[in-house]
Write a protein that binds this ligand. Structure first.
Ligand SMILES: [Zn+2]
Length: 389
């Protein structure tokens, strides 16, 4: 048989177009997938990040800002999820709070997708699952799995060296798209800098007293299962870590101070540039470990991986792991209890600026009943009470 070179080229081109088309459709669907949120009836209003930085208006990072007001005088707390969307326990905990919180004193503000752009792409070469789902008794609730940094489609090109504003510290080029390296942000910077600027302005304008940013980390990383606190939050972090370690958590929750010389980080810059106390919480996520095996939704949700366990046997990890893994209910339960204990101790120290919340399940409840038991069916929610992130 005599196949000409021209035929080979045409067939190759046709095959590539088919694959590019299929992949393109999947990327498009992922980028435009909308996550439904059914806030608790205590919701006062939903603002947008563009209310604080107008250049974000209608952009990918014009995220929802859920504001709960008890009507009782007190302080204001801010909780951020989804700073790094490849750390799903963070936006899941923020969503859990939004869907269940009853605010008894003061005000609570929650952003579930602090960097929406980063939730619309994947880490190149890492074969992450595109989505993950939480099982509920009304079906599966689906979420976008994302990357650590903003989508290059939204912020490109990166500089050769990222000069952090205002410290002028030199950071790695891609960290200009990393929401936890661009605090306090600036109004005339790139997308990620403008996003942190919007939240810095939110903290100032809403007179936020205490701000908490949620994260997950690989077990190979030393900043793990811990609270990282600005000096202003020392006693709150210490009490939270002591009480939760002694009374509730199987794996201890430690605390450490925000380094003074490392810039762009939430726990450093929010405390330095605003009136708020800033604390960051970390929990273990085996899927982020370099040494992991198959990177699928199962690993994402169960945190079970034989290779990571093997690394643990060789004492290469900073967190324990056994065949139970680090299930999403444990990770979200830890974050939920950590946030609630922080607010309890903050309110004890500042009774006239207290923020008291109830109705949010903690560690024991989330593990016992599963996370899905606390998410509400958007199709059964009253009209106008479903929001999309
Ligand atoms: Zn993180």
């Amino acid at each position: 048989m005599n196949i000409s070179l021209k035929t080979v080229k045409i067939v190759s081109l046709a095959v590539s177009v088919v694959f590019a088309g299929i992949a393109g459709l999947e990327f498009y669907e992922h980028r435009h997938f909308r996550e439904a949120v059914v806030p608790s009836p205590n919701l006062d209003e939903v603002k947008k990040l563009s209310d604080y930085e107008p250049s974000l208006k209608d952009s990918v990072n014009d995220s929802n800002v859920y504001v709960f007001d008890s009507g009782v005088p007190g302080g204001t707390a801010l909780i951020l999820g989804g700073t790094h969307p490849e750390e799903p326990a963070t936006n899941l905990t923020a969503s859990l709070i939004v869907e269940n919180a009853k605010v008894e004193e003061g005000r609570l503000i929650v952003v579930t997708r602090a960097n929406r752009s980063a939730s619309t792409c994947s880490r190149m070469g890492e074969a992450y699952p595109a989505y993950y789902s939480v099982k509920t008794n009304w079906g599966e609730k689906k979420f976008r799995m994302g990357d650590r940094c903003s989508n290059p489609l939204d912020s490109w090109p990166d500089p050769e060296v990222y000069l952090h504003y205002p410290s002028r510290q030199m950071l790695a080029y891609m960290d200009i798209r990393n929401l936890n390296r661009t605090w306090p942000g600036r109004p005339d910077g790139l997308l990620t800098e403008r996003t942190t600027w919007a939240m810095t302005q939110l903290i100032r304008q809403e007179k936020v007293d205490i701000a908490i940013d949620l994260h997950e980390a690989e077990l190979e990383y030393p900043v793990e299962n811990t609270i990282v606190t600005h000096e202003k939050g020392e006693s709150i972090a210490a009490m939270t870590s002591m009480v939760l370690t002694a009374e509730l958590f199987e794996v201890p929750l430690s605390m450490e101070f925000s380094p003074k010389a490392l810039h762009g980080l939430f726990h450093r810059e929010v405390g330095d540039h605003t009136e708020a106390i800033s604390l960051l919480a970390e929990v273990a996520e085996p899927m982020l470990d370099r040494i992991r095996g198959i990177t699928d939704e199962y690993l994402l949700m169960t945190g079970r991986d034989e290779f990571v366990m093997k690394a643990g046997e060789h004492k290469l990890l900073y967190a324990p792991i056994d065949e139970r893994g680090w299930p999403i209910d444990v990770r979200v339960g830890r974050h939920s209890s950590t946030v609630q204990k922080i607010l309890e101790f903050y309110s004890m120290e500042n009774p006239d600026r207290a923020v008291v919340i109830s109705g949010v399940p903690g560690y024991g409840e989330v593990i016992e009943n599963t996370l899905g038991a606390y998410f509400h069916n958007p199709e059964e929610a009253p009209e106008g009470s479903v929001y999309f992130d």
